[in-house]
Ligand binder design. Structure first.
Ligand SMILES: *[C@@H]1O[C@H](CO)[C@@H](O)[C@H](O)[C@H]1NC(C)=O
Length: 300
């Protein structure tokens, strides 16, 4: 074998090893880059439908934010939400609040969690086999018109063409639904999604739709939070790309195998971490923290 062929073989082998790596640690700078988003997700629990941007530390952490609309009644049928513009992130923000973690876990546990087709008037041009959890579909539909109108008003006023949807738990599920919904209805927008402790939302056709419409998706899961493994994959629920698993404070791993969808083989990613019932730690969901930021109505 010539030296050139050996060198080529070694070079391609190095490529092979690189492909086999299933996780990549985030830099401290990347981790702290998610802080404003965690504070917005926290504010979604704290603002409580107020029409002024005042909710204590969570609002103060993004003090340049311009609130355009807020609503919801704080129930799991219609969680609080808000829409506005962040000059420092150069993005429109759509944030949804969530619900009590134990109630969410109870609703999503069980051998069969019913799916329903998305509303094709709201999701124009989507395949008819695109299915989501019926409870998420209904909760999303109750805020969808108002959120879309507020986003259009924010675009008209600021000229912004970048939008970030975000939320924690149920709020993350609604943020994922908004990513597809708002992008389909405002096709020129750049769509980013950041979720914390998000459950699975829909079937394979649904996650294909989300991945086709979200330009970036960070699906941040804390330690052994069980919510991200509900509803079960056996009920044909999946996650889109972008898992980032917080394995300990200051150690966030991007799960990059399986095109960044769900990795059930890597011990460091969520599925393996929470596979066994005794390992379920609902407290990981309830409290975070996400780089020191606690999300939930008890942290306002
Ligand atoms: C679908 O969405 C449209 C527009 O919001 C609404 O008028 C209609 O009632 C919805 N259909 C169903 C079956 O929920």
């Amino acid at each position: 074998m010539s030296a050139a062929i050996v060198a080529a073989a070694l070079a391609s082998c190095a490529g092979c090893f690189a492909l086999k790596r299933d996780t990549q640690p985030l830099s401290a700078e990347s981790i702290s880059g998610y802080e404003p988003y965690a504070q917005f997700a926290r504010a979604a629990h704290c603002l409580g439908g107020s029409q002024t941007w005042e909710c204590g530390d969570a609002c103060a952490a993004n003090k340049d934010f311009k609130l355009y609309a807020s609503g919801g009644d704080g129930t799991s049928d219609l969680p609080f939400y808000f829409v506005g513009y962040s000059p420092s992130l150069a993005s429109i923000i759509v944030a949804h609040g969530g619900m009590e973690a134990q109630d969410l876990a109870t609703a999503l546990q069980g051998p069969y969690i019913a799916q329903a087709p998305v509303n094709l008037t709201m999701f124009p041009g989507v395949d008819e086999d695109t299915m989501v959890y019926a409870g998420f579909r209904d909760a999303h539909s109750r805020s969808a018109d108002a959120v879309l109108a507020a986003v259009q008003e924010t675009i008209a006023t600021t000229g912004a063409a970048v939008l970030t949807t975000l939320g924690h738990g149920l709020g993350g599920a609604l943020a994922e639904m908004d990513a597809a919904y708002l992008r389909l209805n405002i096709p020129y927008i750049r769509m980013n999604t950041v979720t914390f402790g998000k459950p699975r939302v829909g079937n394979a056709a649904w996650v294909d739709l989300v991945d086709a419409n979200a330009d970036s998706n960070a699906r941040i899961n804390n330690m052994r939070d069980p919510i991200p493994v509900l509803p079960a994959q056996t009920s044909t629920y999946e996650h889109p790309t972008g898992e980032i698993h917080v394995v300990q404070e200051g150690m966030w791993l991007a799960c990059i195998a399986n095109n960044g969808r769900e990795d059930d083989e890597d011990a460091e990613c969520t599925i393996q971490s929470v596979r066994r019932m005794p390992d379920y730690l609902l407290i990981s969901h309830q409290t975070g923290p996400y780089n020191g930021i606690f999300i939930g109505s008890e942290y306002c």
